[in-house]
Design a binder for this molecule. Structure first.
Ligand code: NAD
Length: 254
């Protein structure tokens, strides 16, 4: 992993940190010496991630939080700011979808739940974090979109692809709103990454087919995304605002 000494001591909150890309991101920031808060609905998962991080350094804060629930989000962000004395970097990583689907067979309540998990969540958590980020000397919002928000390339979920496109545009709006306060907002758009959730969604043959279409001939590892987010949080990225980094091995070039 790259080294960014300026991240040491920064307060970083990661949603969806109990597994997958969020967990890898929390580990990566902790390894830079950041004070990390894990936010997730999965308490057991968070404990496992926190214990592993604590074995190598400072124990992260773990806060049970449903990112789709306004009150839960407000309480969690206040606990981060009170417990770690502020908030410098917000990483909106919680998201995903449970099954492949067409528009024709998607019940409206599944649409609403998926949009809430992937888009309402980014709005709610960012909104709660804004007062704290404005007080930071290096405030950052980093949102996790998806290659599915950039282009339609494989079977997915219509609500998911729409929500992830929404995350990119919300990121730009945040960039415009927060820029005057010295806070940047950027996103990453990961390609298929074999987290436990995605391994359950796709067959091995599908995974091989998707990997073969990537110029780099492999799918991403969670750490590829964590590296991109370390960079976006670092001083080296201080003039990047409103961008979406395509962490996709060249599969879709925007
Ligand atoms: N894995 C991929 O192929 C891939 C590709 C592109 C984008 N992404 C995006 O990356 C992010 C992480 O994906 P992943 O594959 O690591 O997912 P994952 O399912 O492995 O982890 C998601 C985490 O979010 C948590 N979570 C779910 N609902 C929540 C809620 N309401 N409140 C709080 N936490 C909640 C889960 O408990 C879990 O720990 C998601 O936003 C996903 O859309 C993933």
């Amino acid at each position: 992993m790259a080294s960014y000494p300026e991240l040491s001591g920064r307060v970083v909150a990661v949603t969806g940190a109990a597994q997958g890309i969020g967990a890898a991101t929390a580990r990566a920031f902790a390894a830079q010496g950041a004070a990390v808060a894990l936010l997730d609905i999965d308490e057991a998962g968070m404990k496992g991630v926190a214990d592993a991080i604590a074995g190598k350094g400072k124990k992260p804060l773990t806060i049970k939080c449903d990112v789709t629930d306004e009150r839960s989000v407000a309480q969690a962000i206040e606990r981060v700011a009170a417990g770690l004395k502020g908030l410098d970097v917000l990483i909106n990583c919680a998201g995903g979808y449970g099954r492949l689907s067409s528009v024709a067979d998607m019940p409206p309540d599944e649409w609403d739940r998926t949009i809430a998990l992937n888009l309402r969540s980014v709005f709610l958590v960012s909104r709660a974090a804004i007062p704290h980020l404005k007080r930071s000397k290096a405030g950052r919002v980093i949102n996790v979109s998806s290659i599915s928000g950039r282009a339609v390339t494989v079977a997915s979920s219509p609500a998911y692809v729409a929500s992830k496109a929404g995350v990119i545009q919300l990121t730009r709006y945040l960039a415009q709103e927060l820029g005057p306060h010295g806070v940047t907002a950027n996103a990453i758009a990961p390609i298929t990454t074999l987290t436990p959730r995605v391994a359950a969604l796709r067959t091995e043959a599908e995974v091989e087919r998707i990997a073969a279409l990537v110029p780099l001939k492999r799918l991403a590892e969670p750490e590829d995304h964590a590296q991109a987010m370390l960079f976006l949080a670092s001083d080296a990225a201080s003039y990047l605002n409103g961008v979406t980094l395509d962490v996709n091995g060249g599969r879709v070039m925007m």
